[in-house]
Design a protein. Structure first.
Length: 531
């Protein structure tokens, strides 16, 4: 991260105001990420997925002030970790204390950097969305922030008094001292999160039914809204990383816009040519890939270079994401494919396109970038392997088959994100479904229709339906109680209904089988089935 050198060490109101605003913008990225991820999962997992992002505001919000900031930006211990007792809970910091090399208070610098620390582990959750338990996840986030993020932030961004001029600051982390360029988090945030996500998904089981069954997003409206909030917040993420309201912050903000726009455009064009249609998901994913790739370079490159960085990131990330079904790894929401790959590429391209004068040649700077990026990737990957393995062995990270079929929302939080029923499910009568009864003559009502269930083998449907209809000691599910009384006959994957709202029953039947089978199904009304 680039720091201004101010000999007077006084607080500047303009710089401070910009960092206060930037902190708020970065904080907004967390609910933006929650919406972005939440829209891409199945409906039964939307709240659980959003909670994975939102809970970091509480967990890391406390951890960062208590110890995280001291570990990341305290006095260096050999260039690998920091420690400063004054920074523990900020007990030794006064309101007018200025962070070294800037004109902003330590308090503001702490909170601005804290928003990065909060967002980064939330990014990882996209790799294993829909299949991990909430408690072990919270423990993982807390340990990961302390053992992975805080050291990486110290390696790259920590500063101290310059030995030649104590009124100035100089990098003190081992990568920063070597001249590694990372303006706003290519290595510390995106490479770390992406490669940590890859480590986790290589250890944890895939989602049940993947990749044999297509798993559809529940709401692209939420995902596009989240992508827009991420783009908006990224102006603070990158623009604020100049730690001043100056020309460099303006350049960072400008190239952020340019790279995101180029990446979004390239992604939908490539998708249009490759798959035949441009999708909203493609637009959202492309713009995020561009934002990720420009992050390490944003204070160092021109707008024209940003066009190249955004475009290249979009092409490379699209290729990796498109190859996922053949590579057989379950990166649920493409955390590795976008953040890991995009961040890695952006960090390397920073060494090629940087305008900031450096003492060494471009070739040597590129070599430093390679070392920094690979070091961050390897450290994050190995540490995450250890953390996930230990937590999974001692507590159990993954959901069971039954828990995954029920979904994160009900199983982990006892809630639902959206209830499309005519009445809340808990208000449905608790009586057991009536026994099937033969009809002595055809029913007189004309509200008859057939729902066709597709997406899974018919044998699995029949087996699941038969199991649900068996009498057990457990009460039937509320969904079954809304469907079963109205079903007259079942033939293969065709369910004949008498009565009820066909749109409501279609949704309930689909949810019933998705919960039971743990796989996506498609239910539609058969044409002319009401005759």
């Amino acid at each position: 991260m680039n720091f201004l050198v101010l000999a007077n060490g006084k607080i500047d109101s303009g710089d401070t105001a910009w960092l206060l605003m930037s902190s708020a913008l970065v904080m907004l990225m967390v609910p933006g990420l929650a919406l972005f991820y939440g829209g891409m999962v199945r409906r039964k997992n939307i709240l659980g997925t959003m909670m994975h992002s939102m809970v970091a505001l509480g967990l890391i919000g406390v951890q960062w002030v208590l110890i995280g900031y001291a570990l990341a930006f305290g006095a260096t211990q050999g260039g690998f970790i920091g420690f400063d007792a004054r920074y523990l809970a900020l007990r030794g910091v006064k309101p007018d204390d200025v962070f070294p090399g800037t004109s902003i208070p330590v308090y503001v610098h702490c909170i601005f950097q804290g928003m990065f620390a909060i967002l980064t582990p939330a990014l990882i959750s996209g790799a294993f969305a829909e299949r991990v338990r909430f408690g072990p996840y919270c423990l993982f986030v807390l340990l990961w922030a302390t053992l992975v993020y805080d050291p990486l932030a110290h390696w790259v961004w920590s500063v101290g008094p310059d030995s030649n001029d104590p009124s100035k600051s100089a990098p003190i982390g081992w990568l920063g001292s070597m001249g590694a360029l990372d303006f706003a988090g290519g290595t510390v945030v995106h490479v770390a999160a992406g490669f940590s996500g890859l480590a986790a998904i290589l250890l944890l089981p895939t989602r049940r039914g993947y990749p044999q069954h297509v798993i559809h997003p529940n709401s692209m409206v939420l995902t596009l809204t989240g992508a827009g909030l991420l783009w908006f917040g990224w102006f603070g993420f990158n623009g604020g990383s100049a730690l001043a309201a100056n020309g460099q912050s303006g350049m960072a903000l400008t190239v952020t816009q340019v790279a995101a726009a180029a990446a979004a455009l390239v992604w939908i064009v490539v998708e249009w040519l490759h798959r035949g249609k441009p999708t909203a998901l493609g637009l959202a994913t492309g713009l995020v890939a561009g934002l990720v790739a420009i992050t390490p370079a944003s204070g160092f490159v021109s707008p024209f270079s940003a066009l190249w960085i955004g475009s290249l990131a979009s092409l490379v990330c699209y290729t990796v994401v498109a190859a996922k079904p053949w590579l057989k790894y379950d990166d649920s929401l493409d955390a590795f494919g976008v953040h890991g790959v995009g961040g890695f590429l952006g960090a390397l391209l920073t060494g090629l396109f940087a305008l900031t004068p450096v003492e060494d040649s471009v070739t040597k700077q590129f070599g430093v970038q390679v070392l920094a990026t690979v070091s961050a990737a390897v450290y994050s990957f190995v540490m995450t392997l250890v953390l996930v393995k230990v937590i999974d062995s001692t507590w159990g990270f993954s959901l069971s088959a039954e828990e995954e079929a029920i979904g994160l929302d009900r199983n982990e939080h006892g809630e639902v994100g959206f209830d499309y029923g005519a009445a809340p499910l808990e208000e449905v009568a608790e009586s057991a479904p009536p026994e099937p009864r033969p009809a002595s003559f055809p029913p007189q009502d004309t509200n008859r229709y057939t729902l066709v269930v597709e997406g899974v083998p018919t044998s699995e449907l029949i087996r699941a339906w038969s199991a649900m209809c068996q009498k057990t000691s457990e009460p039937p599910s509320p969904l079954l109680k809304t469907v079963y009384p109205l079903v007259t006959t079942v033939s293969g994957n065709r369910f004949r209904f008498r009565g009820g709202d066909r749109v409501l029953m279609r949704g309930n039947l689909q949810r019933l089988f998705e919960d039971s089978l743990g796989a996506s199904v498609h239910v539609h009304v058969e044409e002319n089935s009401d005759r």
